[in-house]
Write a protein that binds this ligand. Structure first.
Ligand SMILES: *Cc1c(COP(=O)(O)O)cnc(C)c1O
Length: 236
């Protein structure tokens, strides 16, 4: 593309981090007023770089950002395989649906898999991680809105699936992830995800995007996935 509008990625990152810091401080203050001393968890900003021009991604890297999210394995390979070499502290999150035939490539490229949502995928990931000796952090994706077109384990099946992944398959399950339905109050879904995480002893929650990440933090998000608020509109 010839004439992409200029997006001040560095300034957008500063603004997003400022909002995160404030939302986190508010959450921590309320939790501690409620007597919850374990509430001071840092919130990770996953900058979602899918379908963004290279120049904007390089701006984020130049600004010192090192945590990125992608939703397609092949697109992520094209964008990050070469960049990785010069960035030893890069952390790449897979946040989009993963087919089992892409598991080997995903395990080779990514550091965190946020989309574990079915036994077949969980087994394939564990086998591939063993084969590559790369033991990635995993989130279980929960389909909190029970939407038929959306990935994720159904809420009623979540406890058993978490136990399967953690205890039987041996994945390093660190938390839960959700993408609320676009036409519903996101807070209800954030609260549901937090409830499922707590009763399963999971401390991390990946939830909240450009439009609602501060609200997600108010419901205990420890990781927010922010794309357009940092990089501007995506390419079609
Ligand atoms: C694209 C995407 C995001 C980022 O969305 P924005 O609204 O641009 O912040 C977050 N999470 C997932 C799973 C995505 O696919």
């Amino acid at each position: 593309m010839d004439h992409e509008p200029f997006i001040d990625v560095a300034a957008n990152l500063v603004a997003a981090i400022d909002k995160i810091t404030k939302a986190q401080a508010a959450y921590t203050a309320v939790r501690s007023a409620l007597g919850d001393s374990k509430s001071a968890i840092d919130v990770t900003l996953v900058a979602v770089s899918k379908r963004q021009p290279d120049a904007r991604i390089d701006s984020a890297i130049d600004a010192g950002h090192r945590v990125f999210g992608e939703n397609r394995v092949q697109e992520a390979q094209a964008r990050w395989a070469a960049r990785r070499d010069g960035l030893p502290d890069l952390t790449l999150h897979l946040i989009g649906p993963l087919q089992t035939n892409k598991v080997a490539d995903a395990v080779a490229l990514f550091d965190v898999i946020e989309v574990v949502d079915r036994p077949k995928l969980a087994y394939a990931l564990a086998a591939e991680m063993a084969a590559q000796n790369r033991h990635l952090e995993c989130y279980i994706q929960v389909n909190t809105g029970e939407e038929s077109q959306k990935a994720g384990i159904l809420p009623n099946d979540a406890d058993a699936f978490i136990a399967l992944c953690r205890d039987d398959i041996g994945l390093d399950v660190v938390g839960l992830m959700c993408i609320p339905p676009i036409d519903e109050e996101a807070a209800l879904h954030f609260a549901l995800l937090q409830t499922i995480a707590r009763r399963n002893g999971l401390s991390r929650l990946s939830m909240g995007m450009s439009g609602d990440f501060e609200e997600a933090i108010a419901f205990g998000a420890t990781s927010v996935r922010v794309g357009s608020a940092i990089f501007g509109a995506r390419q079609p």
